[in-house]
Write a protein of this length. Structure first.
Length: 216
């Protein structure tokens, strides 16, 4: 119940009350399976372009056997680069994709557990067609939130502030990348992956492969 309540209130800065965000739309969830365990994610209906693209790729089997190729403790784990599937050890990864980008649907904050789309630097903030990251995050202070609000000219609602302060995250990424879902179970798996031994490019020394399937 906590995660559903959280998702309704995090699905955009315009969402102020539960009733304003809930609606009766179908929920879409997927499971990311790794040798370290499963991570279950909820996709936001408020980011339909990212939601539908992710579902399409999952159903095509696009993500199966790809790597979590970039991991940084107290920050995030990133995967979804198709060139990682057969990449030799030491190969630089992170530039691959399906050949297209997705229009930005920016709004939801980077609270711990956020599922967000990676991107290259571009003025429209368009997302990678396939690469995503899960925020493991760090401790966040009231001063951090105030500084972010002032620098980015945004205003967090009380629930967002509470979740940031209690759970952590990475507010400096807010309004820069599209958050299109959240982890509903398995954050301990993401944490474990984020702490793995890695090379100087933040790639785990031992490959961490994923399998993703929709569960509803």
């Amino acid at each position: 119940m906590f995660h559903h309540f959280r998702s309704f209130l995090l699905a955009g800065f315009a969402c102020i009350t539960l009733l304003a965000c809930q609606g009766k739309e179908k929920e879409y969830q997927a499971v990311i399976s790794t040798e370290y365990g499963d991570i279950t994610i909820l996709l936001y209906n408020t980011t339909p372009k990212h939601r539908d693209n992710f579902i399409k790729l999952v159903k095509e089997g696009f993500y199966n056997d790809l790597l979590f190729h970039r991991v940084i403790e107290s920050f995030m784990i990133q995967g979804g680069d198709p060139s990682s599937k057969n990449a030799a050890a030491g190969t630089m990864l992170g530039s691959g994709g399906p050949g297209y980008e997705i229009d930005a649907e920016i709004g939801s904050p980077h609270i711990r557990g956020a599922l967000a789309a990676a991107r290259t630097p571009n003025p429209e903030k368009r997302s990678s067609g396939s690469q995503f990251y899960i925020v493991t995050g760090r401790q966040v202070t009231p001063e951090d939130l105030l500084a972010t609000e002032l620098s980015k000219k945004i205003k967090y609602n009380e629930v967002q502030k509470k979740l940031y302060l209690e759970q952590g995250g990475f507010p400096s990424l807010d309004m820069e990348y599209t958050v299109f879902g959240e982890v509903v179970s398995g954050m301990e798996v993401a944490d474990k992956i984020s702490k793995l031994e890695k090379d100087n490019r933040d790639r785990p020394v031992k490959d961490v492969r994923m399998q993703i399937k929709m569960i509803n």
